[in-house]
Design a protein around this ligand. Structure first.
Ligand SMILES: [Zn+2]
Length: 503
């Protein structure tokens, strides 16, 4: 009996046989709309309890829901961003169950006609592997209220003396994204969620603040012999409220199942909650089946049919999305996975980089400046690169001046620091102040001869085989030339003139 699994790795050994994890994720994302899904109440986090409520979201008899057009459009945009199909016909259904923080005793959701079907979420793992996870669907529903179990020390039901309910969240538009079971490890699960988050933030449909509960997710986890097509028995993990807990809960559940199988036990289909403190998943209840919810079309809401021109308009409104952008950076510009994410995840930096490359036509040199000197200055001065006085046009000039050898890297750094705060054209500064690199061998020879004459002892040491002295001598040439000599040429001429001169 043995189980081995490297942390975050998809390779899993159970009693010597190779196993793989099969993971599907359902995640709920609160939409960032002005008002709730079916009424005019404000959709804001952190208000006084029960102040953003009305007869509709409190489920008063006879109150009728009116769908929020912008929430529906947000779902369609999210689907389009991942290449999903937008079926022409959709409707809302009632999902019936009792919960103290759900006043109607049903939740308006979508059962068999979600707003979007299919689509692919594409992303890179930190090791550089590209992964593609298929989406099953994205549908729209309303959030429930929130129970607060008071009098307990940890906010949970056990040990509380009484429970309170806040309906501010009841009726907030909630997007549910369901993936196919294509995810193979805890690390992949987190990378998948980060890819979703990045896209939703770029689309402006949600601010995805996990600490405010605007992204919550459940994972279905099973394991099977590698290469098998049948699925093993799955468990559903609930209650994961940070990327860190997603990674640890899934990793923990994979190990638990592998250990159970290695002991010859069977996996029981059940819902398990993640206990952050005990660092383990614990049984909550056996899983309901869809038929337990008695879904039926909501008779208060008419079905929705999209016009082709509305879909076309929403497609046109898609901003530059992170997914195709990462692909362009990694596959076309050959930017590393880590650097590409640095560009995308720093607000405005990818725009700045792309605008500069459009002018400089030199991706690698531009990237080196953006992630090197410019990011350093941004940290030092607490100014975003895009808000500095150094425009993409100015940086493109620097890239051009250095790649032609017109200025050396030291001069480039000095000019960047000046233009960063003062603005202006690097090309004009070089011209006006005569900062151009000296690449004329005759002129460089002049500086070299001066240094050879002044540093007789070092020259002698070099001649006797002390190679490291050369660095010092090049430094002296740079100093004599006031930083303008071409360092490569300086080295060449130093070697030649020392070799050619008499000891
Ligand atoms: Zn309301």
């Amino acid at each position: 009996m043995s189980v081995t699994a490297a942390a975050g790795d998809s390779a899993l050994q159970v009693n010597g046989g190779a196993y793989e994890a099969v993971i599907g994720i359902e995640c709920h994302v609160e939409l960032k709309t002005e008002t709730k899904m079916f009424c005019g109440c404000r959709n804001v986090f952190g208000s006084e309890p029960n102040t953003n409520v009305c007869p509709v979201c409190l489920g008063y008899p006879g109150a009728l829901p009116v769908p929020n057009r912008l929430a529906i459009e947000a779902i369609v945009k999210a689907g389009l961003a991942f290449g999903a199909e937008i079926p022409p016909f959709s409707k809302f259904d009632r999902k019936n169950y009792f919960y103290p923080d759900m006043p109607k005793n049903y939740q308006i959701s979508q059962y068999d006609t979600p707003f979007t079907r299919g689509g692919v979420v594409s992303f890179w793992l930190p090791d550089g592997t590209q992964r593609q996870i298929r989406l099953t669907r994205i549908h729209l529903e309303e959030d429930t209220g929130k129970s607060i179990h008071a009098g307990s020390t940890d906010g949970r039901l056990g040990g509380s003396t009484h429970s309170l309910v806040d309906f501010n969240r009841a009726g907030v538009p909630l997007m549910e994204c369901v993936s196919e079971p294509d995810i193979r490890s805890a690390v992949e699960a987190v990378a998948y969620l980060e890819a979703l988050k990045r896209t939703f933030v770029a689309l402006g449909v949600s601010d995805v603040k996990m600490e405010e509960g605007s992204l919550r997710c459940d994972a279905n986890v099973s394991i099977r012999p590698t290469g098998a097509s049948e699925l093993g028995t799955k468990t559903e993990i609930k209650n994961m409220n940070s990327f860190r807990s997603v990674q640890r809960a899934i990793g923990n559940e994979i190990s638990r199942q592998a250990e159970a199988l290695s002991r010859g036990e069977r996996i029981v289909q059940e819902t398990r909650g993640w206990d952050e403190v005990a660092e383990t998943t614990i049984v909550q209840r056996s899983k309901e089946e869809a038929h337990d919810y008695r879904y039926f079309p909501d008779p208060d809401l008419v079905p929705i049919e999209f016009a082709a021109r509305d879909i076309a308009r929403l497609r046109d409104e898609l901003v530059t999305l992170p997914q195709p952008r990462l692909e362009r950076l990694i596959l076309h510009d050959r930017v590393s996975v880590v650097q590409a994410h640095q560009l995308i995840d720093t607000p405005g930096l990818a725009d700045y980089y792309e605008e500069t490359v459009a002018l400089s036509e030199a991706p690698q040199a531009t990237l080196n400046f953006v992630l090197g000197e410019l990011s350093r200055l941004a940290n030092e001065t607490a100014t975003a690169v895009a808000s500095s006085a150094l425009t993409p046009k100015a940086l493109a000039e620097i890239v051009d001046l250095t790649s032609r050898g017109a200025i050396n890297s030291k001069t480039a750094k000095d000019i960047i620091a000046r233009v960063w705060s003062e603005g202006g054209s690097p090309a004009e500064i070089v011209e006006r102040e005569g900062l151009g690199q000296v690449s004329d061998p005759a002129a460089v020879d002049g500086f070299v001869r001066e240094v050879i004459a002044a540093q007789a002892e070092s020259v002698e040491n070099f001649r006797n085989g002390k190679e490291t002295v050369l660095k010092f001598l090049i430094g002296q040439v740079m100093k004599t030339s006031r930083g303008k000599a071409d360092p490569k040429l300086a080295e060449e001429r130093l070697r030649a003139l020392i070799a050619g001169s008499d000891p």
